[in-house]
Design a binder for this molecule. Sequence first.
Ligand SMILES: Nc1ncnc2c1ncn2[C@@H]1O[C@H](COP(=O)(O)OP(=O)(O)OP(=O)(O)O)[C@@H](O)[C@H]1O
Ligand SMILES: Nc1ncnc2c1ncn2[C@@H]1O[C@H](COP(=O)(O)OP(=O)(O)OP(=O)(O)O)[C@@H](O)[C@H]1O
Ligand SMILES: [Mg+2]
Ligand SMILES: [Mg+2]
Lengths: 253, 253
Amino acid sequence: MTRIIGIVNLKGGVGKTTTCVNLGAALALKGQKVLLIDLDPQQSLTSWAGIDQWPTISNVLSGETDASQAIVKWEKTGCWVIPSGEDLRLKENQLTTLDQREFVLKNKLQILEDFDYMFIDTSPSYGLLTVNAICASTEIIIPLQTEILALESTIPFFDTLGDIKERFHPRLKITGILPCMFDARTRLSKNTLDQMRSSEYLGPLLFKTFIRKNVRLAETPAQGFAVTRYSSAYGAEDYIALAEEVHSRGGEL
Amino acid sequence: MTRIIGIVNLKGGVGKTTTCVNLGAALALKGQKVLLIDLDPQQSLTSWAGIDQWPTISNVLSGETDASQAIVKWEKTGCWVIPSGEDLRLKENQLTTLDQREFVLKNKLQILEDFDYMFIDTSPSYGLLTVNAICASTEIIIPLQTEILALESTIPFFDTLGDIKERFHPRLKITGILPCMFDARTRLSKNTLDQMRSSEYLGPLLFKTFIRKNVRLAETPAQGFAVTRYSSAYGAEDYIALAEEVHSRGGEL
Ligand SMILES: Nc1ncnc2c1ncn2[C@@H]1O[C@H](COP(=O)(O)OP(=O)(O)OP(=O)(O)O)[C@@H](O)[C@H]1O
Ligand SMILES: Nc1ncnc2c1ncn2[C@@H]1O[C@H](COP(=O)(O)OP(=O)(O)OP(=O)(O)O)[C@@H](O)[C@H]1O
Ligand SMILES: [Mg+2]
Ligand SMILES: [Mg+2]
């Protein structure tokens, strides 16, 4: 049973792409077969993987090719990838006129049978692509930076999520909220994490694991690796711990 | 002659809102009359300012009220604000059917006469709201985090900008690219800044000033202040230096 996990947050720069790649790589290390789907027109994941080829997720969405033909191996992380393309924004506009337009991605992914996990990286904007990602997902992970501006954006975001769930995807589960970029040196980070934990709303949804700030996490994109390459880095430890937690929460949500 | 400056970058979390508020506050300290317009449905700037009132920029865009009626004073920063509203995303959809839909904001702002500066905070997504922000601006500032994933997103972003400029706003100027969240402790930050400076493309556009990482900048949103309240903080020094640079580059681009 493939777990399709959307990595979602409308706030920018909270660690969606970093989580998608490193959580994926950590699960691949555990022997899981992992597919990463880049649904962000910004293509952060795709350029991190050094992929510049056709077909891309745009071609899959428009039905020109099957999802299976757009899959490419990212050797350095042990994951497979369906890359984003330059014209993905255009594709989003073209989707708007289709029937069942929120479920195009879900339908296209159905022919893929042998992955244990699929992660969908999304852009920090609310549009048809992000709605497709959510509707295609069996569950979602919400990275959340331990800082004020990110925390304040959470309530409206949950309203939006609740809205999508109600209209299109009542069985959507939240695997968990993942505190990211936690800086043990600052009181701000600790206070924000405490606020999250004591929140009636967010508290119960938090993962036990939180991702600490670790410059290795910001460096590895330059070399095309996931941080799991450096097993002693905090970033690697944290994402490996998260992989354990995600794997054990499997399906029992 | 009002300078209308859009703060734009499709990459998330690079410091757009932080720059909008702190640069605005620094110019207000210099005696300039500054208006901050929150065009992000996420409402980061609006909640930072503690504003929860009607009318908002949504009402202005739909013509229900004048821009002048939506202005509220943010005492703690010395700036005026037109707040974002809960329904701004909806408003974006409604705009799509209008004639001259890229110029709605530009037209609505024309009745405002007595500001020296207007800053428009935008969301990290490419949509009609962001296009409106760009078309309403006389110039734009591009905050850019000194990290790989942000840098890699720059080239496609410049293509998009070039496209908008060509189709709708040939006289748009880039006031400058602003390196943000510079962390002097990491080699990554220094390398990325060097890369920006030696880039044929980005180098000439860079401000001399760059904004250093300073936890004060992340803390001040919680209290509703700009960092300029703490004149000895690095964050305040940097934004005051930026205000000097922006002010002296005025109009002569
Ligand atoms: N725990 C961490 N420690 C240090 N740097 C990090 C960490 N997590 C992410 N980063 C860095 O922070 C920046 C933002 O992260 P990332 O791009 O993953 O966020 P995002 O939510 O995908 O952004 P966007 O909204 O633009 O898609 C990147 O430069 C990334 O390398
Ligand atoms: N120089 C800095 N030092 C420390 N923290 C910073 C700095 N600049 C911004 N921050 C913090 O980083 C986070 C992201 O900044 P901000 O919200 O301004 O980015 P943004 O580009 O507006 O994000 P979005 O794309 O979601 O609108 C915030 O928590 C902010 O307080
Ligand atoms: Mg991303
Ligand atoms: Mg912002």
